[in-house]
Design a protein around this ligand. Structure first.
Ligand SMILES: Nc1ncnc2c1ncn2[C@@H]1O[C@H](COP(=O)(O)OP(=O)(O)OP(=O)(O)O)[C@@H](O)[C@H]1O
Length: 217
């Protein structure tokens, strides 16, 4: 399904994050338009994960505003949450359930009904055909991440926020994932991600170096 026509805009202004009395970043401004991919880069400990958690309401930000479709997400968090798929370091998968059961459960949390066929198709797309019945505990690290990635195709959110999505993914998978990110943007979607991965030349990705917003002493 094309996402064109229902894509929205993300904008952040004057964001600041403080941890243990240390200002990680401040006066951070950026925006994301339809069809754009923005890669947050910076050395370990700069605050990339903190930024994504702050956007998702999973960690406090000490200053700044976040707007989705010109509306403050602090004031209207539901509109934002309905339109974003977040994939963090913790994949949020239940170890005793199989991939299909996990995805059904995660989609139910978002009040999304998807047929078993569609879920199987998404699992096949991420290379997990034949693993539909295997408990997550018995999958490899890369396979677990692939299950989490399958959620992106099922939720159909315009905005994907991804924290180190290439972790544990093999070479062929990295190439496939680059393609999925590109395809999402070509369909009018948006991707905001942190990764130390170097994209293949030609992949249209804008970079934002978070260390440029570190407090200077
Ligand atoms: N809950 C917390 N309490 C205290 N300090 C924290 C907390 N979460 C993160 N930090 C600190 O904030 C800093 C930024 O952490 P963060 O995980 O955002 O960095 P990052 O840029 O994502 O790093 P990496 O590239 O290693 O993934 C680190 O120094 C970390 O120790």
């Amino acid at each position: 399904m094309s996402l064109v026509g229902r894509v929205k805009l993300l904008a952040v202004t004057h964001l600041q994050a403080v941890r243990d009395d240390r200002v990680l970043f401040s006066q951070l401004d950026f925006s994301l338009h339809p069809s754009e991919m923005l890669q947050i880069v910076g050395p370990n400990g700069t605050g990339k994960t903190t930024l994504l958690h702050g956007l998702m309401g999973l960690a406090p930000l000490s200053a700044g505003e976040i707007f989705w479709q010109q509306q403050s997400i602090q004031e209207s968090p539901h509109l934002f949450r309905q339109n974003v798929s977040f994939l963090g370091h913790l994949l949020g998968l239940k170890m005793l359930l199989n991939p299909i059961e996990n995805l059904v459960f995660l989609l139910q949390l978002r009040q999304k009904k998807v047929s078993p066929n569609t879920i199987e198709h998404a699992l096949a797309k991420v290379g997990l055909a034949g693993y539909e019945d295997v408990p997550i505990a018995n999958l490899s690290a890369g396979q677990k991440r692939r299950v989490a990635l399958a959620r992106l195709f099922l939720e159909q959110s315009p905005l994907w926020i991804l924290d180190e999505p290439f972790t544990a993914i093999d070479l062929a998978g990295v190439q496939a994932l680059e393609g999925w990110l590109q395809q999402h943007c070509q369909q009018g979607g948006m991707v905001l991600l942190t990764t130390h991965h170097v994209f293949t030349a030609g992949v249209p990705v804008r970079q934002l170096d978070l260390s440029q917003f570190a407090e200077r002493s």
